[in-house]
Write a protein that binds this ligand. Sequence first.
Ligand SMILES: [Zn+2]
Length: 262
Amino acid sequence: MAHPILGSPWAYACEPFAVSDHAYYVGNTWVGSYLLDTGEGLVLIDCGMPQTVYLIFESIRKLQFDPRDIRIILLTHAHYDHAGGAEAIRRYTGAELYLGKEDVPLIGHPELLLSDRIHCPDFQVDRVYEDAHPVCLGRFSVRTVHTPGHTPGARSFFFEDTSDGAMQLCGMHGGIGFNTLKREFLEAHQFPISLQKRFYEDLLSLRELPVTIALGSHPAHTRMLERRAAGKGNGNPLRDPKYWSAFLTERADAFRKEILQS
Ligand SMILES: [Zn+2]
């Protein structure tokens, strides 16, 4: 069966919006992408699919930015829905593209990119993350944390920005889905079963971080669109010091039941 987004990508269009004073949501209603206005060029987090690149560009233009000012592309992980649009955007902008080094071998392997229903064009990786050294441009410093499991090289991102008149810590887990952590998938692709334990332990340690704005590599993960729609109009509806920890606790509990104890 064809992927539902293929027939009508425009049906997944999403109005762009600010998640903090200088960071914006530019993804569609299914897959997240974020734009950081560093003051010295733009950083784009995740690229969607080839069929939705134009939606990202439209969102960037609606925010009065120029996609050609993207200088850095950060990919959370090498799956078709986050990396499929990467090469088109990299070539158009000349931006440097970052990926976790453990995900580089996935490129060109549809069964690992999960790209059997939507093609994921090969993309060139210019830099791999050095987690001890944040990716810095202008006012932003993006800390990367290796959180393997969903893919071997998945990265989670943390950066500070102002919102509601104070500095906030924005956080995003880069690969929260359990689909590729099932025993059958790991065994079929010769990934170690120990990835399950590592993934679980990382959820528990990441939830201790004082994140006040929880972002999602898919907006549904952190219910971003719903939380934003429910906002009362005074202050940033995504700012919630309790949400991050509760979200990762819920994911850890679900992972324990669905994967570890199955
Ligand atoms: Zn994925």
